[in-house]
Design a protein around this ligand. Structure first.
Ligand code: NAP
Length: 545
């Protein structure tokens, strides 16, 4: 295998061969991690990446205030002790530029860049039955061939842009949080409108509020947000984590969500209101996402959940001065945590500023964008900059964007027309030698995704190398195993409160999308045990031939 590795950032890396053991689509964290494993296993591997930069979501979501909701030490790779000992995180929740620097550092440290084909978008892929291989069509490098194809395309990659009449006539700038310009915008003296109050809108609101002349936040659905309890990392903290990093990793891997928080074994209903208040208070003041594990049944039992709702609503009320405004900012109609909560750095308090207003577009919907601003049924809001923080076509958007055809020309879109059907979230029947990283049917966005990425990268690498060592050419999910897994994913979801919210977990973010619960809610520890069992039972559920 020879490649022309003119691998500087921003240059296209043209292969002189076009046939590889494995092609990975996407140079985000899951693509980089997979490349590292597979290449170390002796396979010829290329990543194709549509951008000229690595990092995936952390490359594209450069909006002000973008930072990780998972603590930096946990949102990082554990496969190399040298890497984790040498990299120095500066903050408990790293900001986007620092995470992007980390992705680049990993890339350089393990010489991954030379095997990344930048500025190359996958348009489609066809499985060739005779050769048991995939032909991958790209926009810049023609057709590439591979024995195995790994989709590491991310769950939050296909941005969702609202179709608002008149948007093209707007005289100012419009940007999407998920495709944010590389050069920071200057908000000084500007009237800014943010549409959307999910994690992205919640993160950018306090930052833009401090810079802009005026900020209008257009909210359709209020969501819950937990304070981040952010802090800089001192040298002493850093040394402490690094001295016990292995234990920390182990704890994360064995916690339900990969975040390291072990749920309180008690039900919220077991404690008196006074004790419960104390437990909630402690969790609220330190744990970020871990607040949802203050009791094990907050996401399982609606009465327990109601106690959390009551607590969180009181916290919101303490932060927002105006009671009418507070009412609008307070979520209702779904359990706490059933839509992915945001983790914030002063979101609610931002609305106490005189230059910030909340526009309730559920009550008075947006009618149009004009040359000068946004018009709702309540009137016009003059603006210079509009930011769509309107989210993504989550889980399946980026997987189904290219035309992927398996056996007998069956497209993945056809196969998944009633919702994703797969085994372990990793492979799908009729699409041999095709693997998905951290997609639907796996813990994915219900987990610290880096933990899930490491699990998938190791599993898929072992599966491919095992088949190779047996001289086998195709790895295909068995249909019965797939049907059982889909049923299992549904059953686990039905044990939780997640299906009670109109969330992207249920496909509610895109009109017409099948309404099925997509991630695996059985937790990363249970899921890893399942992966281990499959591996230890000669890859039960996969037909290797
Ligand atoms: P999101 O959670 O899907 O939120 C989108 C927001 O836009 C919602 O408030 C939605 O309202 C609103 N919206 C969508 N279409 C609209 C329309 N046509 N008109 C008006 N409002 C509209 O998207 P996100 O905030 O980008 O976050 C997505 C996910 O990315 C997060 O849940 C999280 O997993 C991840 N994320 C992580 C971090 C981090 O780790 N720090 C940061 C940002 C994002 P409705 O609810 O009414 O649809």
């Amino acid at each position: 295998m020879s490649v022309n590795s003119n691998a500087e950032h921003g240059s296209v890396n043209s292969p002189t061969d076009s046939s590889f053991d494995v092609i990975i689509v996407g140079a985000g964290f899951s693509g980089l991690r997979s490349l590292h494993s597979l290449r170390n296993a002796g396979l010829s591997v290329k990543i194709i990446e549509a951008s000229d930069e690595v990092g995936g979501v952390w490359n594209h979501n450069r909006y002000p205030g973008a930072r990780c909701d998972v603590e930096s030490y946990d949102y990082s790779f554990g496969f190399s002790d040298e890497l984790q000992q040498q990299w120095r995180w500066s903050e408990r929740y790293a900001q986007q530029p620092e995470i992007l620097r980390y992705a680049n550092h990993v890339c350089d440290r393990f010489q991954l860049r030379s095997d990344i084909l930048f500025d190359c978008r996958m348009l489609g892929a066809d499985f060739n039955e005779d050769r048991a291989s995939w032909t991958v069509a790209t926009d810049s490098l023609g057709q590439l061939q591979c024995r195995h194809l790994i989709l590491a395309v991310g769950q939050l990659s296909k941005i969702k842009t609202p179709t608002i009449p008149g948007a093209a006539s707007f005289a100012g700038e419009i940007h999407h949080s998920g495709a944010y310009p590389r050069e920071p915008l200057d908000f000084a003296g500007k009237r800014v409108g943010i549409i959307g109050t999910g994690s992205s809108g919640v993160q950018m609101t306090p930052v833009i509020a401090r810079q802009a002349e005026h900020l209008s936040v257009f909210q359709r659905t209020a969501n819950y947000s937990i304070p981040a309890c952010h802090a800089e990392i001192s040298d002493a903290d850093d040394a402490l984590v690094k001295a016990t990093y292995d234990e920390r990793r182990e704890q994360a891997r064995n916690s339900p969500s990969g975040l390291g928080f072990m749920p309180n074994r008690r039900s919220a209903l077991d404690d008196s209101p006074e004790v419960r208040e104390q437990i909630f208070e402690t969790a609220w003041n330190r744990l970020g996402f871990g607040f949802a594990l203050a009791y094990y049944d907050i996401l399982l039992n609606i009465e327990s959940n109601n106690t959390a709702v009551e607590f969180v609503n009181r916290k919101i009320a303490e932060k927002v001065d105006d009671p009418e405004l507070c009412k609008k900012l307070t979520p209702h109609g779904f359990p706490f945590g059933a839509m992915r909560p945001a983790v914030d750095h002063g979101y609610y308090q931002a609305f106490n500023r005189s230059n910030v207003e909340l526009v309730d577009i559920k009550q008075a919907p947006i009618e149009a964008i004009t040359e000068t601003g946004i018009t709702t049924s309540n009137g016009e809001y003059p603006l210079d900059i509009i930011i769509y923080a309107t989210g993504f076509d989550v889980f399946t958007g980026s997987i189904l964007a290219p035309l992927i055809r398996g056996r007998n020309g069956l497209s993945l879109e056809q196969k998944w027309s009633q919702g994703p059907r797969n085994y372990l979230g990793i492979g799908t029947h009729d699409f041999p030698n095709l693997f998905v990283m951290v997609g639907p049917g796996s813990p994915s966005l219900l987990s610290n995704v880096i933990v899930s990425i490491e699990d998938h990268a190791q599993f898929i690498c072992s599966l491919i190398t095992s088949a190779d060592s047996l001289g086998k050419q195709t790895i295909e999910v068995n249909l019965d195993a797939e049907n059982d897994w889909v049923e299992h994913v549904n059953e686990r979801a039905q044990e939780t409160l997640y299906p009670l919210a109109p969330s992207y977990y249920m496909g509610n973010e895109v009109a017409g999308k099948p309404k099925v619960f997509m991630p695996y809610s059985g937790g990363v520890r249970g899921y890893r045990r399942i992966l281990e069992n499959v591996r230890n039972s000669d890859w039960k559920g996969f037909d290797i031939s």
